[in-house]
Design a protein around this ligand. Structure first.
Ligand code: DPN
Ligand code: ZN
Length: 303
């Protein structure tokens, strides 16, 4: 930078600092864009409370939240009612599998460019053997609290944010595949990113898994964890969860996981199988991703 001799060192420093802050964000003629904002810290207890709701639902419904069982529909109704109350536009998308009706819960947060969608999702069904609290009340709870936090914080968003809770994942990714198959190609191409949250609450998790499907998204999560002093590792789960349905239609996908546990697909995958700390870490990572990828800003964007 070339400045005349008449500028004091203080002004030079100020000007330089200002330039650094806004470099790369300013658009000619419009002045600087508002700075990207970070989400508020999500309390772990809020996520644990949702996981407890799923446990209670299982307890009231024969100990399971599996596809075709009343505990599944109760889980979908619970998620939908919380989202409706928070101001989301929600849809229960029904499908039939193995002679039983299943549902996906889809929730759109009004705002952001509708042609560029950042999508966060988790499967809502358990296996029949148990209540499925790590697999996957944990991801369902983390996504739900991320959505409710977005609704409370109301940042200005460059991209549109959508959430999905999938039915019948345990029977072969049925709900998420049904969802993408139902989308016309013009709607599919609007989805820029899909992030999956499946098994994110295992107690005593020390090292977090990050799906390696998309390097830039993997990097985003790894950088986030590193900044928090939390160890992470590459997690290659192939096509074993709902991100596969999106990857198959060309969407950039990633996700995080605490990994499996001794109660995986067992009756003992109950509320004692998850840790509040882990649930909090997962929800805060999800919120970081949503705010970052959707370009959340604290100030209203210029018209
Ligand atoms: N949560 C597993 C299931 O739904 O059965 C799939 C999975 C395996 C996801 C390993 C993440 C890691
Ligand atoms: Zn799962």
């Amino acid at each position: 930078m070339k400045l005349g001799k008449s500028y004091s060192p203080f002004l030079v420093a100020l000007f330089t600092a200002t330039t650094v802050v806004f470099s790369g964000q300013a658009t000619a003629g419009e002045g600087p864009s508002p700075a990207l904002s970070a989400p508020p810290e999500i309390p772990a207890a809020a996520v644990l409370a949702h996981a407890q709701q799923f446990q209670d639902i299982a307890d009231r419904n024969g100990g399971t939240r599996a596809h075709g069982r009343p505990g599944y529909r109760a889980s979908a109704d619970f998620v939908k009612s919380r989202l409706d109350a928070a101001g989301f536009t929600t849809t229960l998308q029904s499908f039939t599998h193995n002679g039983a009706t299943g549902w996906n819960v889809i929730a759109d947060w009004p705002g952001g460019n509708p042609n560029e969608i950042v999508f966060l999702g988790a499967h809502l069904d358990s296996v029949t053997a148990g209540p499925g609290i790590n697999d996957n009340a944990s991801g369902s709870a983390a996504a739900l609290e991320t959505a409710l936090t977005l609704a409370r914080a109301k940042p200005t968003l460059q991209k549109h944010v959508r959430f999905g809770w999938w039915g019948a994942e345990e029977l072969g990714l049925i709900g998420s595949r049904q969802y993408v198959n139902s989308l016309p190609s013009a709607e599919r191409s609007k989805i820029k990113t899909y992030l999956n949250f499946d098994m994110v609450g295992a107690r005593n998790t020390t090292t977090w898994g990050v799906y390696n499907d998309t390097p830039s998204l993997q990097q985003m999560f790894q950088d986030y964890f590193r900044g928090k002093g939390i160890p992470s590792r590459t997690m290659n789960i192939g096509g074993r969860s709902d991100h596969a349905s999106f990857k198959n239609i060309g969407v950039q996908v990633s996700g995080i996981g605490s990994g499996s546990d001794p109660c995986y697909h067992q009756r003992c995958d109950n509320i004692s199988n998850v840790g509040s700390k882990e649930l909090g870490i997962a929800a805060n990572a999800a919120a970081h991703a949503a705010w970052t990828l959707a370009g959340a800003t604290a100030l209203a964007a210029a018209a």
